[in-house]
Design a protein around this ligand. Structure first.
Ligand code: 6PG
Length: 249
């Protein structure tokens, strides 16, 4: 049975805190198994509040030794480049967490051969998260065009579990690496964070209708748990009532 829930919060900071608290519940639950808890981090700016909440107020409650982090998608830049999603997660969260280097896997997005780098990362995903890879928790954002991770409208849907993709000409760094739709659909828990008025029309579209946009291809076809966490600005045009009452925090 496919389906997804959503919650609406006052602002982006509240979205980040709610996502962190929700993620903590998932981490604690999954930490009872004998396998590592596998987490894919989102890129862009929206997750920064989430990362601050995980590295700050909630840090003492998190089962850090059990966690293994992946970068859900990356721009084809070196890890110290300001456009790097790894750099952002590393600065705000990973460098502040009591974890060992081997608990973090990043794709070699600086490589000249991105196809080989994607294949190498997919192999790591399979080694840690199983074959086929079933990530315990994936964080995603969404662009105003309905893209998610580095899966963009109008681009061919990549095969496999982690692939080389392409962003539009007007975005930072066209060459990308990304979890594929198949990997996103196969995750146990998916937390999507969307904030900002500029995304309100697209949010209404992807929540209310299935369709060809990457976020639609994910939201409306997931078997696992999927939660969209929005601020009021992004949710302004959502007309459907949430499957559960909107939890205002
Ligand atoms: C990326 C992200 C991308 C992001 C959206 C939203 O590499 O850019 O993975 O999918 O989540 O573009 O970006 P903001 O959070 O900055 O609005």
């Amino acid at each position: 049975m496919t389906g997804f829930d959503w919650v609406i919060l006052p602002n982006s900071a509240a979205v980040g805190r709610y996502a962190a608290e929700y993620a903590l519940e998932i981490m604690m639950d999954r930490a009872t198994s004998d396998r590592p808890v596998t987490i894919a981090l989102a890129g862009g700016s929206t997750p920064r509040h989430l990362y601050r909440a995980l590295a700050g107020p909630l840090a003492s409650l998190i089962p850090w030794p059990r966690l293994v982090f992946f970068i859900g998608d990356e721009r084809a830049v070196p890890p110290d480049d300001e456009a790097s999603n790894f750099r952002s997660a590393q600065e705000i969260l990973l460098s502040k967490a009591p974890i060992r280097a081997e608990q973090v896997h990043r794709p070699r997005a600086e490589a000249s051969d991105l196809t080989a780098a994607a294949r190498e990362y997919e192999d790591t995903l399979k080694t840690v998260a199983g074959t086929p890879p079933c990530l315990d928790l994936v964080f995603l954002g969404m662009g105003a065009d309905g893209h998610t991770a580095s899966l963009f409208p109008g681009e061919p849907e990549p095969d496999g579990w982690f692939a080389v993709t392409r962003a539009p000409a007007d975005t930072v760094e066209r060459r990308r690496l990304s979890l594929t739709p198949r990997a996103l659909l196969n995750a146990r828990h998916l937390l999507v964070m969307v904030t900002g008025a500029e995304k309100a029309d697209r949010v209404a579209q992807v929540i209310e209708d299935d369709g060809p946009l990457p976020m639609q291809r994910i939201l409306h076809h997931r078997a696992g748990e999927t939660l969209v966490i929005m601020d009021e600005a992004a949710a302004a045009r959502v007309s459907r009532t949430a499957p559960e009452e909107d939890r205002q925090r």
